[in-house]
Design a protein around this ligand. Structure first.
Ligand code: FE
Ligand code: FE
Length: 183
């Protein structure tokens, strides 16, 4: 079906988001299972529950539009999740793996934020104020999740990963050499 106007494009964007959210609902339990830090497991599980509400928000928007949410696959999210799933199989040190899972999850959140920001703006332009507000709510939740993941990475996970790699790979010594060369 050809897209003739902004409304058609808006519906297309919403279908893309709907597909993306369903893919995330399938991926998050695997990420929670693969995470070692209890805080990270919790963060993934909490966001899973939040994501289910985000799907309901989209379903309400489709209902108000008299459209079906089905019929599109979000290939961007498929690629991001596929890339992240490599991390699930990785036999890395626990803290390093957690850092990798956070990295993958933040890519998911940023991709969602781009989609929801666009859809929110289209809704505003089309005068769908309730939908714009609902999309903004989800956008805020994705942003909050992204910040929470950054805080987790900064507070515990990334420094621990760095510590491990310095001990096991001699990276710290290499860094010292490099500094000497420079001066
Ligand atoms: Fe989401
Ligand atoms: Fe999300």
């Amino acid at each position: 079906m050809a897209m003739q106007n902004l409304r058609d494009l808006y519906v297309d964007e919403l279908k893309d988001l709907y597909s993306a959210e369903h893919q995330i609902i399938r991926a998050l339990p695997k990420m929670a299972k693969a995470a070692s830090a209890p805080e990270l497991k919790n963060a993934f599980n909490q966001h899973l529950e939040q994501t289910k509400h985000q799907v309901e928000r989209l379903e309400r928007i489709f209902k108000d539009l008299g459209k079906t949410p089905r019929g599109k696959k979000c290939l961007g999210m498929e690629g991001i999740i596929e890339e992240g799933s490599e991390m699930l199989k990785e036999k890395a040190d626990a803290a390093v793996k957690d850092a990798g899972l956070i990295s993958a999850a933040q890519r998911v959140e940023h991709y969602e934020m781009a989609g929801y920001g666009t859809a929110r703006t289209f809704a505003q332009m089309l005068g769908f104020n309730d939908a714009a507000q609902a999309l903004q709510e989800t956008l805020n939740e994705e942003g909050d999740t992204d910040h929470k993941l950054t805080q987790l990475a900064e507070s515990m996970i990334n420094p621990a990963a760095e510590h491990e790699s310095a001990e096991t790979s001699g990276y710290a010594e290499e860094e010292d050499l490099y500094m000497e060369e420079e001066t």
